[in-house]
Design a protein around this ligand. Structure first.
Ligand code: BES
Ligand code: MN
Ligand code: ZN
Length: 488
């Protein structure tokens, strides 16, 4: 969906559908009044008769003489209307259109005044929610031609001073879409080689990009023993993808994002139960998130230097697979006792994080669907941020609040570290039941001792139910974080 800013009035819009919003406890604004006139007073009649109360996320579609769909959407009480309300209402309005032949939309929700936010933020939230609701996975599905009605474009009613915000939202939406598509693709297609190819395409598509891909031989030579241990069980050879964007002077140290790219996680020899194992195709959503964030940044051409690093590996059981009890030497030289081959994410991330520090990042952040325990702790609402720093996690959380893609911090106190100590190596790869997300963070922290680093566990947020699939979270939070950084 192409998103643009516009100041075209409803009676001048040629879009197939107009979305108009109202509060339940306020008079219609001038845009709604105009449309009401256009429809001969229908809307005020419906409002008076309580057929349209404008309660939160209530949607009613009318038809104009011009043949345009007029989607009325309620936002409930003005002082209760927050970013979540805007998100839900937008989703409902767009969902009311996705099964119709409407291809273009003019969205007037942003003509309202908001009590809990400003119009700039409202533009972003509404644009992102609309693009999200209009997305449909098609890659491996046959549709009957007359059943495909995609919404191709949306004008969002925005004053001149908010065009930058709309452009940013459009860029972020593009990133989110990229991430969702990668997440949703099946593991027989989206394997390490595919991710490398995708990175190649992106590096060609945008200005100021360059790409390096390390193959398994190169990683073997570099002695990335932890990553290579996980990779051994699969016929799909691993790749280390390094995608760079140079939007600022060379002297400006890069922001480096590392994304877990397990393209399928069987658990390895510590095999997962069969039920829902297919969902482990989403185990590359950390990778998909950093790729999507990269797309957003490259679309915006932000004045920062960004490097994303994706260790792309498949975790399979095999005669040559790594086993519980093995001790492996990581790229850092630290040794790891493998107690569970299903704790593979941290095994590939530690080598990628060590490698990342060679680029002397000003900020290093990894994103990973790392632990089931994270879903238990925070559900599907908040991503988990862990860090030993003070400012960095605060900045990440703040960006999440800005764009309504929220995270919550878990402690990474030294008190937890002893859970991964062992007699047989420098550390073991699991910390037991208690604080499972935190001990995974502790493991990673041992490889990020002298760098401004944070870890984000997205196991609960990166995908939803099977029907909904990949959510594209937390691309918006990360892109907003980098926007904020670019303004520092
Ligand atoms: N990819 C999983 C984490 C996961 C599980 C994400 C369920 C989303 C939903 C990860 O590789 C894993 O298997 N983690 C183990 C760690 C354990 C062996 C210490 C887990 O969470 O059970
Ligand atoms: Mn696993
Ligand atoms: Zn995993």
């Amino acid at each position: 969906m192409k998103i643009t800013a516009s100041l075209v009035k409803p009676n001048e819009s040629n879009a197939d559908a107009l979305i108009i919003a109202a509060y339940s406890d306020e008079k219609f604004n001038s845009i709604m009044q105009d449309v009401d006139k256009l429809l001969g007073g229908q809307i005020s009649k419906l409002h008076k008769s309580k057929d349209f109360k404008a309660s939160s996320a209530e949607v009613l579609t009318l038809f104009s003489d011009k043949g345009q769909r007029i989607v009325l959407v309620g936002l409930g009480k003005k002082d209760k209307c927050d970013l979540g309300t805007l998100q839900n209402a937008t989703t409902k309005a767009i969902k009311a259109l996705v099964s119709t032949p409407a291809k273009s939309v003019s969205n007037y929700m942003t003509s309202l005044e908001f009590h809990n936010t400003d119009n700039a933020t409202a533009c972003k939230i509404i644009a992102l929610a609309a693009s999200h609701a209009a997305y449909r996975y098609e890659a491996t599905k046959n549709f009957k031609a007359d059943n495909i009605h995609n919404i191709d474009s949306m004008d969002i009613y925005a004053a001149e001073k908010h065009t930058t915000d709309v452009k940013q939202a459009a860029a972020i939406a593009e990133g989110v879409k990229t991430t969702r598509e990668l997440g949703n693709l099946p593991p027989n297609i989206c394997n390490p080689k595919y991710l490398a190819k995708k990175a190649k395409n992106i590096s060609k598509q945008y200005e100021h990009c360059s790409l390096t891909v390390l193959n398994h031989k190169e990683m073997e030579t570099l002695k990335m023993g932890s990553l290579m241990a996980v990779a051994r069980g699969s016929r799909n050879k691993p790749k280390m993808i390094i995608l760079k964007y140079k939007g600022a002077n060379k002297s400006q140290k890069p922001h480096v994002l590392v994304g877990k790219g397990i393209t399928f996680d069987t658990g390895g020899i510590s095999l997962k139960p069969g039920a829902n194992m297919d969902e482990m195709k989403y185990d590359m959503c950390g990778a998909a998130t950093v790729i999507g964030t990269f797309v957003a940044v490259a679309e915006m051409q932000l004045p920062i230097n960004l490097i994303i690093i994706v260790p792309a590996v498949e975790n399979m059981p095999d005669g040559d697979a790594y086993r519980p009890g093995d001790v492996v030497t990581s790229y850092s030289g630290k040794t790891i006792e493998v107690l569970n081959t299903d704790a593979e994410g941290r095994m590939i991330l530690c080598d990628a994080l060590t490698y990342a520090q060679e680029f002397e990042p000003q900020v290093l952040i990894d994103l990973a669907t790392l632990t089931g325990a994270c879903v238990v702790a925070l559900g599907h609402v908040a991503s988990a941020v862990m860090s030993k720093e003070t400012q960095l996690p605060q900045d990440i959380l703040a960006a999440g609040i800005d764009i309504h893609d929220r995270a919550w911090q878990l402690p990474l106190w030294d008190d937890y570290q002893k859970q991964i100590d062992t007699t047989f190596a420098d550390m073991q790869n699991v910390g037991g039941f208690a604080g499972g997300s935190i001990t995974a963070g502790c493991f990673l922290s041992r490889f990020c001792e002298d760098v401004n680093w944070a870890h984000i566990d997205i196991a609960g947020t990166a995908w939803n139910s099977k029907k909904e699939g990949a959510t594209g979270r937390p691309v918006a939070m990360m892109a907003q974080y980098l926007i904020n950084e670019s303004l520092k």
